[in-house]
Design a protein. Structure first.
Lengths: 256, 397
């Protein structure tokens, strides 16, 4: 069983996101280990990008902080390699396509395999364009994680059929960031996805409280929390570890 | 070469956008395919282009400048004389009509110099659509007059404070807005860039420039031009100027990109000279970027050319060797802006002055029986204060 499948096997999964290198790679490692100690079942690490068009202000600023700290793609691979010596929790990278393209697809996924990356999420790579990446990722044992949006409609089935790792359901229109309420018919989308695939489905975008996490966990296999975690790091900087642990514990309790 | 199969121009183009926009972009593709073959749609657009925008635009023989340079006969395609003062109106009227056919009630758009923003606000006012413009904060300051112009036309102007606060960031914000709200909103993209079908839609609406110019020059000179020239940021007026000459092998197609302080400095926006292949803003094309694939901050005196990418069809015309692209510095563009004012009494946009600058360099090398057409993409009223500042003169607007 793959590490990703393992994360979903005992109940609902809590997926935690951090931008790699915010505020430094050393702190990212510490923070990720704290999130895991608090109960995170899967870690998503963002490779910082200059122009993250699918992100709201909180993660945009994290990207800029990480780049200002000198974070590189190789630095992120170093972070994953180092984490792999300490944990078997699955790690997926979230990146825009350009840093991957520029690194070279073959070289990038070979580096993923060596470092121990389990999957990759590319928000600007829709199903139609994914053919240039999917076989190369698969050859290196990296799951290309597909996204489904509130507007996907008839596309859900074909996307779900090709899904690997888990299926990422975008909860709302718009960019990442905290939302006070989610009005999309999540259970409808989950049902359409489950009709087409056995792949676990996780929901992200806007989830920031234990109450929201609990509600989402009622309909999906996993809950993805990003901006709320990044906001803790923005507020507490180098000293975020304890806060992140507490936050992770609260979310994990809510989704169980 | 320009055959567009699934939104590709050679290896360039494509649809690299979030899943949230995919059904919307497919709906746009389908609506455009329907409308472009619908005689009612084309008749409505043609009427607006003629009666409202003032087409066809004039092809003007610049006799005085021709004599001064002593080479090819110089013609200017006067897009600056269109309503709203630039070529942008050609595309905007088409897209606004298309948006209405799709049942949209709201237009959003990015703008650099403000020309596309003004054109979009104009079309929205005319057709009764709500309008919101995204413009880098730095650009709202260097083009303050255009901001007020858009507001007069009823548009809301959002000053973008992220990133470099210029055109690239305005596109980022417009895309973020569109991802948030597609049901009633059409993103009226201003150049031949972004995800398919935008590069094709914008190209088709701008191709009227070369369609007219080709007929006009054959009527006047009885021969094709030796070269056609235009400035290139994203590349909309250039593709408009090139398109109907692509099949005429003897016609050189020359795009002039912004070299800012020089392509050997870090202060330029010369995508062809200094860019490499990448994927950004929905398309695979050439971009100014670092070895990590981070998009580089770019610079030009011209807000309209201050963009780190180029449309995919241009990238392909360059790769195929069909079109040439040359860098032109701020200094050269400002000097050309002044020459055109003094020699021909035309104050052109600083963007267009990049093409004029290269014309000044090469016209003398052609025979007097030959001719060259330069696209004057816009008028320069908006740039007068900036040029004064460049020359160290303070004026109260």
């Amino acid at each position: 069983m793959s590490r990703i499948a393992n994360a979903f096997k005992d109940g609902k999964a809590f997926i935690a996101f951090v931008t790699g290198g915010d505020p430094s790679l050393a702190r990212s490692e510490e923070f990720i280990l704290e999130l895991i100690r608090g109960g995170a079942d899967l870690i998503e690490i963002g490779i910082p990008f200059s122009d993250p068009i699918a992100e709201g202000p909180v993660i945009q600023e994290a990207n800029l902080r990480a780049l200002a700290a000198g974070t590189t793609t190789d630095g992120i691979f170093g972070l994953v390699s180092s984490l792999r010596k300490k944990t078997e929790v699955p790690i997926v990278l979230l990146t825009y396509l350009n840093p991957v393209f520029k690194y070279g697809y073959e070289r990038f996924f070979a580096a993923c395999e060596t470092a121990g990356v389990d999957g990759i999420i590319v928000p600007d790579l829709p199903f139609e364009e994914s053919g240039e990446v999917r076989p190369i990722a698969a050859a290196h044992g990296v799951d290309l994680i597909s996204l489904v949006a509130p507007t996907s409609d008839v596309r859900i089935a074909e996307i779900a059929e090709q899904s690997a790792g888990f299926l990422y359901i975008v909860s709302s229109m718009g960019v990442t960031g905290v939302r006070s309420e989610i009005t999309t018919d999540i259970s409808g989308i989950v049902a359409a996805a489950r009709a087409a695939t056995q792949t676990p489905v996780a929901v992200g975008f806007g989830i920031h409280s234990a109450a929201q996490a609990k509600e989402i966990a009622g309909v999906a296999d996993g809950v993805i929390v990003g901006s709320a975690i990044v906001r803790i790091i923005a507020e507490h900087g180098e000293k975020s570890a304890e806060k992140l642990y507490e936050f992770a514990r609260a979310i994990k309790e809510a989704v169980q | 070469m320009s055959d567009n199969t699934h939104g590709r121009f050679g290896q360039y183009g494509g649809q690299y956008i979030p899943e949230t926009l995919m059904n919307e972009i497919h709906a746009l593709e389908a609506a455009y395919e329907r409308c472009k073959n619908d005689p009612d749609f084309t008749a409505e657009l043609d009427a607006l282009l003629s009666d409202y925008a003032g087409r066809p635009s004039r092809l003007y023989y610049a006799e005085k400048l021709t004599k001064k340079l002593g080479g090819a006969k110089i013609y200017f395609k006067r897009e600056d004389l269109n309503h709203t003062g630039s070529h942008k109106i050609n595309n905007v009227l088409g897209q606004a009509l298309l948006a209405k056919r799709m049942g949209k009630t709201r237009l959003i758009a990015e703008t650099g110099a403000g020309q596309h923003g003004v054109a979009t606000a104009t079309a929205a006012a005319l057709l009764g659509l709500e309008c919101e413009i995204f413009m880098g904060k730095e650009d709202t300051e260097r083009q303050a007059l255009n901001v007020y112009r858009m507001e007069l036309l009823g548009a809301k102007v959002n000053a973008v404070t992220t990133g470099t606060q210029t055109l690239k960031d305005a596109v980022n914000e417009a895309m973020r807005e569109w991802v948030s709200r597609t049901s009633d909103t059409h993103y009226c993209l201003g150049s031949v860039m972004g995800p398919h079908p935008f590069p094709t839609i914008v190209r088709d609406f701008q191709a009227v420039i070369s369609k007219e110019a080709r007929g006009q020059i054959l009527e006047r000179e009885g021969r094709l031009p030796s070269a056609v020239m235009a400035c290139v940021g994203g590349g909309s007026n250039a593709i408009g100027m090139f398109y109907n000459f692509i099949g005429d092998e003897g016609v050189r197609l020359i795009g002039c990109e912004a070299a800012g302080r020089g392509i050997d400095t870090s202060l330029h926006a010369a995508t062809i000279a200094r860019g490499s292949t990448g994927v950004f803003h929905g398309m695979k094309s050439l971009f100014v970027q670092n070895e990590e694939g981070q998009i580089a901050p770019v610079y030009s005196i011209s807000a309209g050319l201050d963009y780190p990418g180029i449309g995919p069809e241009h990238a392909n015309l360059y790769a195929a060797g069909r079109a040439e692209y040359v860098p032109v510095t701020d200094d050269e563009a400002v000097a050309a802006f002044e020459v055109l004012a003094r020699e021909e009494g035309i104050i052109c946009a600083i963007e267009s002055a990049h093409a004029v600058a290269h014309l000044l360099k090469i016209a003398g090398g052609f025979g007097t029986e030959e001719n060259i057409i330069v696209c004057l993409s816009g008028r320069g009223d908006k740039d007068v204060a900036a040029i004064a500042r460049y020359r160290g003169i303070t004026i109260n607007e």
